[in-house]
Design a protein around this ligand. Structure first.
Ligand code: FES
Ligand code: FES
Length: 200
């Protein structure tokens, strides 16, 4: 057994695992994260996709059936169960999948959504071809993919709009703002015509 520490969906877990345990089995069987599902166990379907931090701390999508639990030691993992906000507001990708009916049986959906989140982190405005390429490691037997593509496109637009509205605006300096006590009281604006002119 090997002791590992993994932060999953914002919670730190210390566990003993066998060196051969796959991350997906650790998540499901030891941590109860059953939103992460196993479709093939051979790294083909993408159903088990989660986000995991790399050495630089950046979260990227990985197929958790192709990662050993010991490889996640010291890393952060986000599953579909930790993607919503603290007040349970759905992530824009989750919301778009719901709104676009991009789900039928739902088996591929957790992995599809987390791969889409990774794609949109890399590329905020992907073309349809880029979305298809970004999700090529995730298989869906039900939807025909059209609504999944539309959902990712919608989510990208929502995320771009949010980013734009959160961007800081040009700072404006109000009268008196930024003055120090040494500057004395703010001077009133005096129109040029009111300034006494020297007597010729
Ligand atoms: Fe199919 Fe992991 S379960 S890729
Ligand atoms: Fe059924 Fe994708 S919705 S496999």
């Amino acid at each position: 057994m090997t002791r590992i520490t993994v932060t999953v969906d914002g919670v730190r877990y210390d566990d003993d695992v066998e060196p051969r345990t796959l991350l997906v089995h650790h998540l499901r069987e030891q941590l109860g994260k059953i939103g992460t599902v196993v479709g093939c166990d051979t790294s083909n379907c993408g159903a088990c996709t989660v986000l995991m931090s790399g050495p630089d701390g950046r979260l990227v999508s990985v197929k958790s059936c192709s990662v050993l639990a010991v490889q996640a030691d010291g890393r952060e993992v986000v599953t579909i169960e930790g993607l919503a906000g603290p007040d349970n507001t759905l992530h824009p990708v989750q919301q778009a999948f719901h709104d676009r009916h991009a789900v039928q049986c739902g088996f591929c959906t957790p992995g599809m959504i987390l791969s889409a989140v990774d794609l949109l982190t890399e590329n905020a405005d992907p073309s349809d071809a880029e979305i298809r390429e970004g999700l090529e490691g995730n298989l869906c037997r039900c939807t025909g993919y059209q609504n999944i593509i539309r959902a990712v496109r919608d989510a990208a637009a929502t995320m771009r709009a949010r980013k734009q509205s959160a961007a800081p605006t040009e700072p404006t300096v109000e009268a008196g703002e930024g003055r120090t006590p040494d500057d004395g009281p703010p001077r009133e604006h005096v129109p040029p015509e009111a300034i006494p002119q020297p007597v010729p």
